[in-house]
Design a protein around this ligand. Structure first.
Ligand SMILES: Nc1ncnc2c1ncn2[C@@H]1O[C@H](COP(=O)(O)OP(=O)(O)O)[C@@H](O)[C@H]1O
Ligand SMILES: [Mg+2]
Length: 235
């Protein structure tokens, strides 16, 4: 698998505080990774570090062969890093369609394809962002990231707080994104059992450190460790 993104011994945090300690990972083109860990373990901080929104202390971040750490935050989306933050910060006073077209960049993903993947958004195309349900907002945030035609899509707890039926729908859609082979996906979740079947590799963080890095299948079968790192209900 051709390398897309690699972190080597990365330390990062906020101001003087160090949150991430010695993180290494490697993601191939069209690869998929479950990023797991309990609340407060550093999952969002890791995605933020990729996007340039934390203080990078040391280590190496390589993206398509170039040094990512020196690329300013505002340049990273253009390079192909698509980020769907935990807060789903869609534009509340733009319509669904405006939310999508305002960020569009040329590539395979256009309005038609995005609407085909999210028929609900096509129905709601003229509604304002702030008129959407939580599930629709999450769909819009994901759809908007696709319109950027990213090489790697970073999804931060996309299922959080959503009703079970919508969760099933989103899992199916995420499975299609991963299966499309057109982009790599890093998927943050607290509930491992929902996403391990969708991803090739898994990374578990505990207090800012990697405690597991390997195949999702291996982690899925290791109920003892799943319990220890993620707690009951993780599987
Ligand atoms: N903006 C921030 N400034 C300082 N500390 C932060 C900030 N955001 C998160 N943290 C701290 O970083 C640690 C990891 O948080 P986070 O990455 O959000 O965890 P997770 O996403 O796994 O729940 C926590 O101790 C949290 O309090
Ligand atoms: Mg988080």
């Amino acid at each position: 698998m051709t390398e897309l993104l690699a972190l080597e011994n990365v330390w990062a945090g906020y101001g003087d505080a160090v949150i991430l300690e010695d993180i290494s990972l490697s993601l191939g083109e069209a690869d998929s990774m479950a990023l797991l860990g309990r609340n407060g373990m550093g999952k969002t901080t890791l995605l933020s570090t990729l996007m340039g929104a934390t203080r990078f202390k040391s280590g190496r971040m390589r993206y398509r062969g170039q040094d990512l750490a020196v690329v300013p935050a505002h340049g990273r989306a253009r390079l192909g890093l698509g980020w769907v933050p935990q807060e789903r910060d869609i534009f509340p006073s733009l319509t669904v369609e405006e939310n999508l077209t305002v960020v569009a960049q040329p590539g395979n993903w256009d309005l038609k394809r995005v609407y085909d993947l999210f028929p609900r958004l096509r129905e709601r195309r003229s509604n304002m962002g702030n008129q959407l349900s939580g599930g629709e907002q999450q769909m819009l945030a994901m759809a908007r990231a696709l319109m950027l035609n990213p090489k790697v899509l970073l999804l931060d707890e996309p299922l959080e707080g959503l009703a079970p039926l919508i969760v099933q729908d989103l899992l199916r859609i995420i499975g299609q994104m991963v299966g499309s082979g057109e982009m790599a996906v890093i998927l943050v979740e607290q509930h491992a059992h929902q996403i391990l079947p969708l991803t090739r590799q898994a990374l578990v963080l505990e207090r800012g450190r990697v405690v597991f890095s390997g195949a999702s299948d291996t982690l899925r079968d290791d109920l003892t460790q799943l319990d220890k790192w993620l707690g009951v209900g993780a599987h």
